[in-house]
Design a protein around this ligand. Structure first.
Ligand SMILES: *Cc1c(COP(=O)(O)O)cnc(C)c1O
Length: 338
């Protein structure tokens, strides 16, 4: 099966499973799990932050970051299509009484600096207190350069906001720009990254930042039910991924570019967008059967029919080979011709 639905569908490799099987573990609630401690130290060091915290998911990572930065009645600014605003169930409001201030974003996912500037509320009793700016990189595969991110973070600094990066797929950005993770994240107080997406680990994210904020986040992780015991087996998968699956993200980016090129040559298919490991396409016509027809050929996708065209996001990852990309292109071509 060639699964193009997401980069979250990867299964642990044999080498990753061996690392997990051999992981030294302890009770992390006592701070005793050497594999978790090593993962947290490794991430903090690679990002140049004081401390880091292993958490269950990207959603929990963004949530405990929000709760650590903001008090009840504070607000955070985020893009109106940002994951941390739109796709995380409003957790900051539910658990923290924290109000989001969504703002429009450019095509690369960055909110306009002037919009950020005018969205910061004056210090006045009418308003929620603007406390945090939350950016996302990569966004739908798009990479914002360090200079681009700085245009936004400088505005945040001018207003004394704390600044968080939802870097669920930050490693795709790091590899794409050819810079260090430390440089990529240098403008941010806290950074969330997922081990369970392109890096190919089965579970987990890491939040990093200043020691006092990570200390608070640790408390919120406990309260939100995220304290884990011998989770070093999971941390070992994350460590293995950080050591072995970062540079190879370039292969996913090349595969996605090839997929976009191949699909773009097929009548009836329009490639709307391609960046890093993601390809967005439109297929002419309402194609309710296409997803099933692809599945019959061993290609798993999510194709959303709309009245005039069908839309899909196709994602390349560790379990999609260059040959798989050719197989997928051929399947789309056959079905489009039929
Ligand atoms: C996937 C994702 C998350 C959430 O991660 P989960 O592990 O699915 O909770 C957060 N932010 C971004 C940008 C993501 O892509």
């Amino acid at each position: 099966m060639i699964d193009l639905r997401s980069d979250t569908v990867t299964r642990p490799t044999e080498a990753m499973r061996a690392a997990m099987a051999n992981a030294e573990v302890g009770d992390d609630v006592f701070g005793d799990d050497p594999s978790i401690n090593l993962l947290q130290d490794t991430v903090a060091e690679r990002l140049g932050k004081e401390a880091a915290l292993f958490v269950s998911s990207g959603t929990q990572s963004n949530l405990v970051a929000l709760l650590a930065h903001c008090q009840r009645g504070d607000e955070y600014i985020a893009g109106d299509m940002a994951h941390a605003y739109r796709w995380e169930g409003g957790g900051g409001a539910v658990f923290g009484g924290i109000q989001p201030q969504p703002v429009p974003m450019h095509a690369d996912g960055l909110p306009d600096p002037d919009t950020i500037d005018s969205s910061v509320k004056p210090d006045d009793h009418h308003f929620a207190r603007t406390k945090l700016l939350c950016l996302e990189n990569t966004k739908d595969g798009h990479v914002q350069s360090v200079d681009r991110m700085r245009e936004a973070t400088l505005v945040g600094r001018k207003h004394n906001l704390s600044i968080h990066l939802d870097g669920a797929r930050m490693w795709n950005g790091v590899v794409n720009l050819g810079i260090s993770a430390q440089e990529f994240t240098s403008e941010f107080d806290t950074v969330s990254m997922c081990l369970s997406k392109g890096l190919g680990a089965p579970v987990g994210s890491v939040l990093s930042g200043p020691a006092d904020i990570i200390h608070e986040a640790h408390k919120w992780r406990k309260m939100s039910g995220g304290a884990m015991r011998q989770a070093g087996v999971l941390a070992a998968a994350g460590l293995h991924a950080l050591d072995n699956h970062v540079d190879r993200l370039a292969d996913d980016h090349a595969n996605a570019a090839r997929l976009a090129e191949g699909l773009g040559n097929i009548d009836g298919i329009t490639v709307v967008d391609q960046a890093t490991n993601m390809v967005f396409i439109e297929v002419d016509g309402d194609e309710p059967a296409l997803q099933d027809q692809l599945l019959e050929r061993g290609i798993r996708t999510v194709i959303t029919p709309t009245p005039r065209r069908s839309l899909a996001r196709l994602v390349c990852h560790l379990d999609v080979s260059t040959d798989d990309v050719e197989t997928a292109i051929n399947a789309f071509a056959e079905l489009a011709a039929g």
